[in-house]
Every structure is written in C-alpha cells, then in structure tokens.
Write a protein that binds this ligand. Structure first.
Ligand code: FPP
Length: 250
C-alpha cells in the first residue's frame, strides 16, 4: 500500500479558481477581463486533465456567496457562463467530455439552466473526462439539501433515522456517483476551503498556490500533480499500518 499511495495520478481534481480580479487589476483592466482570461485557463486545465489521465475535474465557477458581489459583476459572470457554454459545448462533446453541473439551479436564470441541461443531455453518454462545474454552489447548502431529503424519507417512514449511513448521505449530495476529490487546487494565494465541497473534501490533499487563476498553465498543473504524487495518504492510519497493510484494523 505504501508505494501504491504515492506516484499516482489523482482520479478527481477539484479547483477553486481564485485571482481573476487581481490579475486584471495588475494590468489596469476591468475585473471582467480577468474572468474572461479565467475561462481560457479553465479550458487549458480541462485539456491538461484529459492528457494526464485525471477522470473527474470539478471547477468552482460561482459560489453561493458570490451573489453578494456588485450586480454588474454578477451579470457579467452569468453572461460569460452562458456564452462560454454556447461556445465550448460542441468541442467538449467532440472530445468525449461528460459535463455535469452542481449547485442551486433555482437561483439561476431560466435560459442559463436550460443551456446547462442541454449540455448535460448532449454529453451524457460520453466516456472521457467528467467535467463538473459548480455554479451557485455552497458546501453547506449541499449538506442541507441532502439532510432535507433524508428527513423527508424518515418522515415518510421509508428510512429509520438510526440506520442512516454515510453512503445514504453521500448518495444525496451533488457529487453523488463520483469519487471524492483526491486533490484540491486553490489558486490566488488564500489557504481556505471557502464553503466548497465540505463533505467530499474530508480526505483530500490540498495544494495552495499564489499563482493567479488566469496564469495557471500546464506547468502549474504539473507542479500540483507532482505534489500530490509525493504525498502519502493515510486515511487515519499510522505510517506503519500503511507500509504493512496487515496491521490495519489489528
Ligand atoms: C475568482 O476570481 C473567480 C470567480 C469568482 C469565478 C469565475 C471563474 C471563471 C470566470 C473561470 C471560468 C470558469 C468556467 C468553468 C466558466 P476573483 O474574482 O475572486 O479574483 P480576486 O480574488 O483576485 O478578486
């Protein structure tokens, strides 16, 4: 197990794409120019994941908290998502990418939701990279909606509260059916999770880099992957148990 836990490619990479605004400010450009450059960086990262054998890429595009930004910036971001979807979806489909969205769709404009659903339908049978885009997503919201769904089951008499398992809970979270992220990358220099996938990140390796998101390129991605490859994941076991699997549970 010791060797298997090293030198591996993460199956699932999650990314908090931070630093678009600062990138633009340094160039005396408006914030939306930073977001536009951020879309290019997202595209580069999708391609890099495809090349490196990553199976799932989850991008945090818009958080529950981002609604508090100035309305003009929120509007610009929503337009960017819509245009980006219209422009990129055919190319993603040609490359075998399966697109899935997570987040509270009830908060989004009907036109955007309808394009999101079109993209999910079009790419549903693809077998390449799974690209998960988190829009209007918050980790606490995700946990709350799973809890409400379980509470409904209990109230209807279909489930015993005492019998609720981690698997029951996980099956009601937005990332259901996908492996938990192995690697979380956050650009932009902050070292916080910022209400991202709170449940799913329990054992995830975190990689924080000062690189601003629009500058995140293949070299930066390779550095994150090699940091992950060198990390030993112990899942609560001791180093001896990792080296000698027979000791686990002994
Ligand atoms: C953070 O930069 C980024 C966002 C709020 C999300 C927007 C992300 C993109 C437009 C990238 C494209 C992604 C997809 C999948 C369409 P920030 O504004 O917080 O930067 P700052 O911390 O420097 O102000």
């Amino acid at each position: 197990m010791g060797r298997e836990t090293r030198n591996r490619v993460p199956r699932h990479v999650a990314v908090i794409m931070d630093g678009n605004g600062r990138w633009a400010k340094r160039r005396a450009m408006p914030r939306h120019a930073g977001h536009r450059a951020g879309v290019k960086s997202a595209r580069r990262t999708v391609e890099a994941c495809g090349r490196s054998g990553v199976e799932v890429l989850t991008l945090f595009a818009f958080s529950s908290e981002n609604w508090k930004r100035p309305p003009s910036e929120v509007g610009a971001l929503m337009r960017l998502f819509l245009e980006g979807l219209e422009r990129e979806v055919d190319d993603l489909h040609r490359n075998g990418v399966r697109v899935r969205f997570i987040g509270d769709r009830a908060c989004l404009a009907a036109e955007l939701v309808s394009r999101m659903e079109d993209a999910e339908r079009l790419t549903a049978a693809n077998e390449g990279l799974v690209l998960v885009i988190a829009v209007a997503y918050g980790g606490r919201w995700d946990i709350l909606q799973a809890t409400r769904s379980l509470a409904d089951e209990v109230a209807a008499g279909r489930l015993e509260a005492a019998a609720i398992s981690e698997a029951d809970f996980a099956s009601r979270l937005q990332l259901h059916g996908l492996p938990d992220p192995d690697l979380l990358i956050r650009t932009g220099g902050e070292t916080r999770i910022s209400n991202f996938l709170l449940w799913n990140l329990a054992y995830t390796e975190c990689y924080f880099t000062p690189c601003l998101w629009p500058d995140f390129d293949e070299r930066e991605f390779a550095a994150a992957l090699s940091s992950f490859a060198g990390a030993e994941r112990r899942y609560g076991l001791t180093p001896d148990q990792i080296e000698t699997p027979g000791l686990a549970g002994a």
